[in-house]
Design a protein around this ligand. Structure first.
Ligand code: NAD
Ligand code: TYD
Length: 354
């Protein structure tokens, strides 16, 4: 890893990864290609540990000419691909950009890497790492075993279907063209810099503003929560030492009901920033998400056995650190709340839910 193209590095996980990588690889140079959609922000890239080794390029991963030029000009040997449309609720209300970015964007990057590396010394020492999700495996019943790498794909939202399509393309480029790829399928992340459309930051920011905390359906859905820094480390380990052509499942082993997670956020807030009424009084059940996956859980035996990775954070410490981060980073919070279109999104997604 010398010259690394990170896509989507102004988003939540990508930005955390850029921070992580600048420390983990003291010689590496990073080119960060991000379109800066609503989900990406340069606010996430302030205070980088060594900004001279980071070059930000605003652009679209679907722009083949731009991607080809970046690979050539920066002699890229490693691609770490985060860029995506990532929010299930947005994919339900408007699936087109999900197909465009997640499928066509991944295809564009694969083509560019294949062509550039084939024409400049071959595939040895190169790596294309694709960041994917547990949602490609579908939904588990209460007694089903956790998803393993061998679980058949069964995506059920436009988001997960588009990620599944991109995973298939990545594997096809390994089998057909010998592109040195790895994939991580990870469970729900939480931590600093997450855009307040996803469950945890939405609940924290709504609570701070005295707004209701919308629980979809009965709130008994289950996600397998992982602190984002642990995910960054897993991606780094797989991209460096994972076997080419292989997929690794990544998860946190923390699987509370949504409603219990939100209750815990409320009690952390009660302790850190007490108000006359408990924050839990703001919790409100609202109409469920269509096609809502009931339960996810990840079997991480493979990554633990082959690479020795396990999560360092449990949900208690990770959640507390996350809530504290949102309380302390008031400028960042303000910038997200004032972003053009954020209020419109809240109206669009929540106004018609009873
Ligand atoms: P995010 O929505 O916070 O960030 C996505 C980033 O991609 C943004 O900075 C956005 O500007 C950029 N982007 C979008 N379209 C682009 C395009 N066409 N060209 C260039 N840049 C573009 O997403 P995230 O939560 O950081 O997720 C990153 C990756 O990790 C995604 O591939 C997602 O599927 C995957 N993932 C996320 C989670 C999670 O819990 N958030 C879990 C597992 C896997
Ligand atoms: P989310 O953060 O959108 O991640 P994903 O859908 O990719 O798992 O949602 C996490 C869980 O929280 C999911 O079961 C849906 C639920 N949820 C709510 O109950 N209310 C909300 O306002 C949001 C955004 C999510």
């Amino acid at each position: 890893m010398k010259n690394i193209l990170v896509t989507g590095g102004a988003g939540f996980i990508g930005a955390n990864f850029v921070h992580f990588l600048l420390q983990a690889e003291p010689q590496a140079k990073i080119v960060n290609l991000d379109l800066l959609t609503y989900a990406g922000s340069l606010e996430n890239l302030k205070d980088l540990p060594d900004p001279t080794r980071h070059t930000f390029v605003q652009g679209d991963i679907c722009d083949a000419e731009l991607v080809n030029r970046l690979l050539r000009e920066h002699q890229i040997d490693t691609v770490i691909h985060f860029a995506a449309e990532s929010h299930v609720d947005r994919s339900i209300l408007g699936p087109a950009p999900f197909v465009q970015t997640n499928v066509m964007g991944t295809f564009t990057l694969l083509e560019a890497a294949k062509t550039f590396w084939a024409g400049s010394g071959g595939m040895a020492g190169r790596r294309f790492h694709h960041v994917s999700t547990d949602e490609v495996f579908g939904s588990l019943s209460p007694k089903d075993p956790a998803f393993s790498e061998a679980t058949p794909y069964d995506p059920r939202s436009p988001y997960s279907a588009s990620k599944a399509a991109s995973d298939h393309l990545v594997r096809a480029y390994f089998h057909t063209y010998g592109l040195p790829v790895t994939i991580t399928n990870c469970s729900n992340n939480y931590g600093p810099y997450q855009f307040p459309e996803k469950l945890i930051p939405l609940m924290v920011l709504n609570a701070l503003r005295g707004k209701s905390l919308p629980i979809y359906g009965d709130g008994k859905q289950i996600r397998d929560w992982l602190y984002v820094e642990d995910h960054c480390e897993a991606i780094y380990r797989v991209a460096k030492d994972g076997q080419s052509g292989e997929t690794y499942n990544v998860g946190g082993g923390n699987q509370p009901y949504n409603i219990d997670l939100v209750t815990e956020i409320c009690s952390i807030l009660d302790e850190l920033l007490p108000k006359p009424a408990p924050y839990a009084a703001l919790m409100t059940h609202v109409t469920d998400r269509p096609g809502h996956d009931r339960r996810y859980a990840m079997d991480i035996t493979k990554i633990r056995r082959e690479l020795g990775w396990t999560p360092r954070h449990d949900i208690e410490s990770g959640l507390r650190a996350t809530v504290k981060w949102y309380l302390e980073n008031t400028d960042w919070v303000q910038a997200m709340l004032e972003q053009d279109g954020y209020g419109d999104w809240l109206d669009k997604n929540y106004k018609n839910r009873s």
